[in-house]
Write a protein that binds this ligand. Structure first.
Ligand code: FMN
Length: 429
């Protein structure tokens, strides 16, 4: 273990009393490593062991779905209904592997809601019948959830959290960001309800709060419970910074242990790329953007904060802990190419993580992210996500990340991989 030379390598104790060994967490990244069974696989265990060896203090799994009908992608893990011994033991293998080296591993729980791709389920569900429109992935018109559906979903989150605890995970994170079900209830553009689950912010946040309570009931007071929340939806009329500050205060009242701040959804993917207008001023670069907001949040009464999105330099990450009131630094994409990134930062071997968001692209100029041809610009984004998934698959087979992979090749690879799982899913139904 390298010598500790930085505040990033100091422990942090959560309100529930559990201590994380350092300040770096791997943000959730969907792995697509399962198949039509939606079970954890030995490949998950190998991948998470690799990350645990790389020095990250907290590993948050890719989203694990609480309802197998509403997956985020083919190959998600789902904890849905009574778990068989085989399912339980697969989850135990995963939790054990993520704990080598004193690392903590939390399960991220999610329901994809209206962002369930059309090829998985042509009729998703959501707060209201408002469709997600974006290029690249097609989403069906959602059915508005009824009262009894909502009550069932609250139970599903609680049940899955109980299974996470039973199978040895060190905590859970509730996914209420990026436009999935819980996040869509918060978003006035997607939630047009006029009952107790829609309208003013208190009503729109009711589902998230009920889910937190259900989870807490199933895991007890001394077990880490986190929430991932958008700082804003980055859309006119959507969930705003002010809304986020209020919801963060309510989550503090609910007694959560860690609040991860991100942003955006499929229609405005700020989680991986800030909209142009937010980038114009060079002082508002991504790394600074979420930190500025974290500072605002910290000034009000909120749970301990984790901030994810664009954290790349040791200097900025240290400053975030020291000055912006951030407790935990979230890192996602760089850990796909650099699983040892945290150890390298701690030892002083590097001062900046790989900026793969600049390196992994189809080409320079008009073939790159800022191509005047919207289709090409977007293909770069999809290619980059696919590159991350492909590297996770490499590591899950015991191989190092492969620097030769490109954005376009990875995009094609992922399309084929998804099709294979879909064919098997169809064969099963
Ligand atoms: C391949 C990939 C998969 C992702 N899957 C999830 C997910 O399952 N749940 C989630 O909350 N965020 C997910 N994200 C978003 C990341 O957790 C993170 O918020 C985002 O990548 C920004 O952090 P970064 O700049 O360090 O990559 C994913 C991102 C990528 C690139």
């Amino acid at each position: 273990m390298p010598e500790s030379t930085t505040v990033l390598n100091t422990p942090f104790t959560l309100p529930c009393g559990v201590t994380l060994k350092n300040r770096i967490a791997k943000g959730a990244m969907t792995e697509g490593l399962s198949d039509e069974t939606n079970m954890a696989k030995p490949s998950h265990a190998r991948l998470y062991r690799r990350w645990a060896e790389g020095g990250t203090g907290l590993l948050i799994t890719g989203n694990v779905m609480v309802d197998h009908r509403y997956l985020e992608r083919p190959g998600n893990i789902a904890i849905d209904g009574k778990q068989t011994n085989e399912q339980l033991s697969a989850l135990k293998d995963l939790s054990r592997s993520g704990q080598v080296n004193g690392t903590a591993i939390w399960i991220q729980l999610n329901h994809a809601g209206r962002q369930t791709p059309d090829f998985i389920n042509p009729q998703p569900v959501g707060p209201s019948a408002v469709q997600t429109h974006t290029s690249g992935v097609k989403f069906g018109l959602p059915r508005a959830l009824e009262e009894q559906d909502i009550q069932e979903i609250i139970q599903r989150f609680g049940y899955a959290a109980g299974i996470a605890r039973q199978t040895g995970f060190n905590g859970v994170q509730i996914h209420s960001a990026h436009g999935y079900l819980l996040s869509s209830f918060l978003n006035p553009n997607a939630n047009k309800r006029q009952d107790q689950w829609g309208g003013n912010l208190k009503n729109r946040a009711r589902l998230l709060r009920e889910v937190v309570r259900s989870v807490r009931e199933n895991v007890g007071p001394e077990y880490p419970v986190g929430v991932k929340l958008n700082s804003s939806d980055f859309q006119k009329g959507g969930f705003s910074n002010q809304d986020c500050i209020q919801v963060a205060q309510w989550l503090q009242e609910e007694g959560i242990d860690l609040l991860e701040i991100s942003g955006g959804n499929y229609e405005s993917p700020a989680m991986v790329d800030l909209p142009e207008e937010k980038q114009r001023d060079s002082t508002r670069k991504r790394e600074a953007y979420f930190l500025e907001f974290a500072q605002m949040l910290h000034d009000s009464k909120t749970p301990p904060l984790m901030v994810t999105g664009g954290n790349r330099t040791r200097q900025a990450m240290e400053k975030a802990i020291g000055q912006s009131g951030v407790s935990i630094i979230g890192i996602a994409r760089p850990l796909c190419g650099q699983p040892d990134g945290p150890n390298l930062i701690f030892s002083g071997a590097i001062g900046t993580l790989q900026k793969m968001e600049e390196e992994v692209r189809i080409g320079p100029g008009i073939l790159g992210f800022h191509s005047p041809f919207k289709f090409i610009a977007q293909l770069n984004g999809w290619g980059q996500l696919a590159w991350c998934v492909r590297q996770m698959h490499e590591m899950s087979e015991g191989c190092p990340p492969n620097r030769k992979f490109g954005a376009l090749g990875s995009f094609i690879w992922l399309e084929k991989h998804n099709k294979r799982i879909l064919t098997r899913m169809k064969g099963q139904s």
